[in-house]
Design a protein around this ligand. Structure first.
Ligand code: GTP
Ligand code: MG
Length: 197
């Protein structure tokens, strides 16, 4: 599914500028700096497809990528980044929520959570919104290379336990790293199953 071309389609700074819906769409959402854009690059094997940065707030629009003509991958701006103007944060938050609630061809949201920190209140607020809107989501823990071996299973189990009563949550939690590629094959397989449905 990923062996082929991955092309930037467009960037949408607002709901009014979303590209037309075409086939299955999946989105990467999560806090600023959690590693969304890096994961887009790791999945596609294209290091510079999505722009990444050490400083949070790098991705400021919804970025749409066509993967092999088979589905669309959406790299979202991060939420929860306080160091930019309040008005900007409010505008992003509104865009993120409106997109997540209202996109009919959005098959699943991959909710990226920093593996070192687990779920924060700001994440569970977004999950509440997805559950309410019945938008299916799966948790992907990022930066797995930063976790000690001994911490991994407890972190995964802790997040899985927190999902147990969430109606729109896919029960399996994946641990990934864009640095050492762990979990990337599993994430590709998860996406491939969705696209094949
Ligand atoms: P915004 O667009 O600002 O919301 O951020 P983002 O979620 O797209 O994060 P981005 O991919 O730009 O990465 C943020 C920082 O995390 C960069 O310094 C990356 O090098 C680092 N990073 C991303 N993935 C990993 C990973 O798997 N392991 C480690 N150790 N660092 C990572
Ligand atoms: Mg980004």
């Amino acid at each position: 599914l990923f062996a082929g071309t991955a092309d930037f389609v467009s960037a949408a700074p607002s709901l009014g500028s979303l590209p037309p819906m075409r086939g299955v769409e999946i989105a990467f959402a999560g806090r600023s700096n959690v590693g969304k854009s890096s994961l887009v690059n790791a999945l596609t094997g294209r290091n510079t497809l999505a722009r990444t940065s050490h400083t949070p707030g790098r991705t400021q629009q919804l970025n749409f990528f066509d993967i092999n003509g088979r589905f669309t991958l959406v790299d979202m701006p991060g939420y929860g980044f306080a160091a930019v103007e309040k008005a900007k944060v409010a505008a992003w938050t509104e865009l993120i929520h409106a997109y997540l609630r209202g996109r009919a061809n959005l098959a699943r949201v991959y909710m990226l959570i920093d593996g070192r920190h687990g779920l924060k209140t700001i994440d569970t607020d977004v999950l509440d919104g997805l559950d309410k809107a019945a938008v299916s989501y799966q948790i992907v823990l990022t930066k797995g290379d930063e976790l000690k071996k001994s911490e991994v299973s407890a972190r995964i189990r802790g997040v899985e336990a927190a999902l147990a009563r969430r109606p729109a949550a896919y029960p399996e939690v994946l641990l990934t790293s864009s640095r050492d590629a762990r979990g990337i094959a599993e994430l590709r397989a998860s996406i491939a199953r969705l696209v094949a449905e």
